[in-house]
Design a protein around this ligand. Structure first.
Ligand code: TGC
Ligand code: FAD
Length: 389
């Protein structure tokens, strides 16, 4: 029997539609041809490949599961496959697409006025404009309900004061979706780059997600018009959480891509690397690691597909998404570490993608709700008892 060399042990591929497979192949080819050749250099320099933004737009990958306004309107499974393939390239690239589509375009789509939608969505979909999402603050990460950023009504508008930390795309964003406390509760606002009183600075020194821009947003007596309010955000934090659901969904799929890249590299290396006179892939302890990796990838692929079906049918609950984000990121993190072990010393250099993915996965473990927060979200769901209050 021929050895299995693929990355789809259960032939999950057969359960995707023709359109979904086509989308996956298109993104896979794009990543192979246009991302992999340049990503290590960006990772070393700590820069984001901004030249890829219009390409992501031209290929319909931004806000791809939204309908109308220049968006591709593809299925949730196809959208997940885009995230999976982008993250096989690098988590920074998937983060860019996640933030643009799920955290900037989705809130405008779901909570914006028709004018805001027409004004922003087509340009964001084409990658002509960039968006970011400011929820986290220096003193409020896991508990955004405690946010201190304020929007106070003044004349025909609001005055914003406060700051947001760890914001992906912050310094390159043309528009920031900013969550702030008002007299009526927490609301979302669109703040345009260049608005007096609004500034952004890039955070340096990251050892994870190096090929991604992470920033602080600062608002000092920043005057914004009433028209910048997202009127549908009157549900308060719940509206912000609905955006997180879209992004967390993409991360669950993306983690599979990062894990697959690590498994693929480790399997090839183990077959080629000879020690004690034979390939290390022939040693039982190495096989055990490879089998663990493949098993977890297969389980995660199935989890994603079912999650995508539930989402597409409008039957997904946010706790379903928590389970997949929590599990797939945890398993991808373990897989990356196992791959690094298999590569020995070669596992710590960027000649191979493994150490980059391993470091990136530290961010996935923390952002969009930490592993612990998702555990407690699920704990609350199955016991009816909240560990937060
Ligand atoms: P809580 O009482 O739980 O909820 C308030 C209301 O919101 C509803 N809700 C949700 N609705 C939709 N989706 C969700 N995920 C929801 N979670 C909660 C809830 O049912 C309730 O509705 P109602 O009608 O009863 O009023 O609120 P809480 O303040 O106790 O929150 C608890 C907790 C810890 C779960 C929440 O604060 C949380 O999720 N914290 C984690 C914060 C987080 O994930 N931040 C992410 C920032 S953005 C980011 O990291 C971008 S990374 C870039 C990238 O994606 O690539
Ligand atoms: P904290 O909330 O301070 O948590 C610290 C530790 O305490 C964690 O281990 C946590 O799990 C644990 N902990 C906290 N509360 C509990 C509890 N009740 N029970 C048990 N353990 C608990 N945010 C945005 O708004 N927009 C973005 O675009 C964005 N991009 C990001 C990009 C990067 C690279 C990173 C690293 C973060 C980004 N974030 C963004 C912020 C991210 O969402 C937060 O880092 C995350 O929500 C956790 O908040 P924190 O870092 O303040 O950790």
């Amino acid at each position: 029997m021929e050895p299995f060399t693929g990355l789809d042990y259960y032939r999950v591929d057969e359960m995707y539609s023709d359109e979904e497979r086509l989308v996956r192949e298109t993104v896979r080819a794009f990543v192979d041809a246009e991302v992999l050749p340049l990503i290590e250099a960006h990772h070393r320099r700590g820069t984001f490949p901004v030249e890829l933004i219009p390409r992501l737009g031209a290929l319909g990958m931004l806000g791809a599961n939204l309908h109308g306004y220049g968006c591709a309107g593809i299925s949730d499974v196809a959208y997940g496959l885009i995230m999976q393939e982008l993250e096989r390239g690098d988590s920074g690239l998937r983060s860019f697409a996640s933030v643009q589509g799920a955290l900037a375009m989705y809130p405008i789509y779901a909570f914006g006025t028709e004018t805001q939608k027409i004004d922003w969505l087509p340009r964001l979909a084409r990658g002509e404009k960039v968006g970011c999402f400011g929820l986290t603050e220096p003193d409020h990460g896991s508990d955004p309900a405690g946010m201190v950023t304020k929007a106070v009504r003044r004349g025909d508008g609001y005055v914003l004061n406060g700051s947001k930390l760890w914001i992906t795309n912050g310094t390159i964003a043309d528009v920031a979706v900013v969550w702030a406390r008002t007299e009526e509760g927490i609301r979302g606002f669109l703040v345009e780059k260049g608005t007096p009183g609004f500034s952004a600075r890039e955070i340096h020194g990251k050892f994870s997600l190096r090929a991604s821009i992470t920033s602080e947003l600062i608002f000092q007596d920043c005057r914004i018009p009433s028209a910048s309010l997202l009127p549908g955000s009157e549900q308060g934090l719940k509206a912000a959480f609905m955006c997180l659901d879209q992004a967390r969904y993409g991360i669950a799929w993306g983690a599979v891509g990062a894990a697959t890249a690590c498994y693929d590299a480790a399997l090839k290396y183990a077959k080629a690397r000879v020690q004690f006179g034979r390939p290390i892939a022939g040693f039982q302890l190495v096989q055990q690691k490879l089998v663990r990796m493949l098993t977890e990838i297969t389980k995660a692929q199935l989890l994603c597909l079912r999650l995508g079906q539930l989402k597409g049918a409008g039957r997904v609950h946010h706790t379903h998404i928590s389970l997949a984000k929590m599990n797939n990121v945890e398993k991808a993190r373990e897989i990356a570490r196992l791959a690094r072990e298999i590569l020995g010393a070669a596992g710590i250099v960027d000649e191979y993608p493994v150490i980059r993915h391993m470091l990136n996965l530290e961010t996935l473990y923390t952002y969009e709700g930490t592993h612990e927060i998702h555990t407690l979200i699920l704990g609350r769901d199955i016991t009816g008892l909240s560990a937060f209050a």
